[in-house]
Design a protein around this ligand. Structure first.
Ligand SMILES: [Zn+2]
Length: 439
């Protein structure tokens, strides 16, 4: 990751909903409350989500599990399943297994791979997988399987104490955050954490707006051997990376009281209103959407039934009967990728003056060429483009025609993806590195 922007928008919306329900009168946002967490879960594997507040502490009979590792890297085996670049320029996704014994670590690695394969088959994850590092952390459990599977009375001694029936909700899988943090810190960096719990039963959860010592702001849990559970992870990244709102609503919730939501995929405005104010997803209105139907302003979303609109009839931020993001959601996700990751990385140090014969080298994140991304590298000297160097990743200043004296040489990577329409986001989808060259 690089410099973090606050990721509390999704949780703020969640807490607002909880407060309105009367479930927690003082709810402001969950991260501020040490004792409770706002979590999202999906009671039905093809349905809409729900939010609830649960105690942060794991019940005593479940937390008897073994101690977490010392918070020093190297105490546990970490496998770099995918490493495409330095952590400063990548989204680091840490996957921790729970309910796998010492003999079952190969099984964990296989389960983690299959979850990642399923999530990264979904656009825009698919096109932008090259902006991620994947770290698999081998957490060894004393017992195989997890608590609450198959029935509530089942208790297993596992590494991060994941358990179904969290707060009496069968499909809600909670974890011991402190233990998750300790394992996450075994990886070189952690932006987002997945806990894969060894079970065939459908379930999972999303924790967002966390302030972890390991650095991550979100944790998603999902059962390992259920073929729908990966959608929970794919949806939760929509909150933590795309800063997207939930597009579902609760029956009886009534009219959204305002103000205009900060999330990019909900609004109080009608389609006409968005066109007039040139805000939210007005650039996508009328387009045919990957989730089916046309982008418009559909009433209901952000937990309320009336007075708030979403871009499409359905999509992954509304219900898990689809794996498709809608066009505005897709653009917000790509914006989120570039908030934390860079296309271009300098391989030649930029902190010293180079000579004209020195080699300048850059790495380009390995994005897929047949997907949504459309990336190119260009070079300039003192701000003037050098067309002959277009697309090069290795060259020397001489080849750029650098004259006598001291000059600034800049390499710039730009993503001109048609999935991006907002000029601000297109701008953020570029990055440059600059060297000083003297001859
Ligand atoms: Zn959600």
């Amino acid at each position: 990751m690089r410099v973090r922007t606050p990721l509390f928008t999704a949780i703020a919306a969640g807490s607002l909903a909880i407060a309105a329900l009367g479930a927690a009168g003082s709810a402001t946002h969950a991260a501020a409350d040490e004792g409770r967490r706002t979590v999202e879960y999906f009671p039905d594997s093809r349905g809409e989500g729900r939010h609830t507040q649960v105690p942060a502490a794991v019940p005593a009979k479940i937390s008897r599990a073994k101690e977490a590792p010392a918070k020093t890297p190297g105490a546990t085996t970490v496998t770099p399943l995918q490493r495409t670049g330095p952590s400063e320029g990548r989204l680091d996704l840490v996957i921790i297994g729970d309910g796998y014994t010492a003999d079952q670590q190969a099984d964990f690695q296989e389960d983690a791979r299959s979850k990642l394969d399923a999530i990264f088959a979904i656009e825009p994850y698919k096109s932008y997988q090259g902006l991620f590092n994947f770290w698999l952390v081998d957490a060894v459990s004393n017992e195989s399987g997890v608590s609450g599977d198959p029935t509530k009375d089942v208790v297993k001694d596992t590494a991060v104490s994941s358990y179904f029936f969290c707060d009496d909700i069968e499909r809600l899988v909670c974890i011991d955050e402190k233990k998750v943090d300790a394992y996450a810190q075994q990886a070189p960096d952690s932006d987002i954490v997945f806990v894969v719990s060894n079970s065939t039963k459908y379930g999972g959860a999303g924790y967002s707006g966390l302030t972890s010592t390991a650095g991550h702001t979100g944790i998603a849990t999902m059962s390992s051997d259920n073929d729908r559970s990966y959608l929970i992870g794919a949806h939760e990244l929509g909150h933590s990376i795309g800063l997207l709102a939930d597009e579902y609503q609760y029956a009886g919730y009534g009219t959204y009281p305002g103000p205009e939501p900060v999330e990019p995929n909900t609004t109080q405005q009608t389609a006409e209103g968005m066109l007039n104010t040139k805000t939210k997803w007005y650039r996508w209105l009328g387009e045919s959407d990957p989730s089916g139907g046309t982008v418009g302003a559909y009433e209901g979303g952000g937990y309320y039934e009336y007075g708030i609109y979403r871009p499409t009839q359905n999509n992954i931020m509304r219900a898990l009967d689809t794996d498709k993001f809608n066009l505005p959601g897709r653009e917000a996700m790509i914006a989120g990728f570039y908030r934390d990751a860079d296309l271009l990385t300098a391989r030649t140090a930029t902190d010293r003056t180079l000579r004209a014969t020195d080699v300048l080298r850059v790495d380009l994140a390995p994005l897929t060429r047949d997907g949504l991304s459309d990336v190119s590298v260009s070079w300039s000297v003192d701000g003037v483009q050098v067309p002959s160097a277009q697309g090069r990743k290795v060259l020397n200043a001489k080849a750029l025609g650098v004259g006598k004296g001291t000059h600034k040489v800049t390499a710039t990577a730009v993503d001109r993806s048609a999935a991006l329409r907002d000029p601000e986001i297109r701008k953020a989808a570029s990055n440059s590195v600059t060297w000083t060259v003297s001859r």
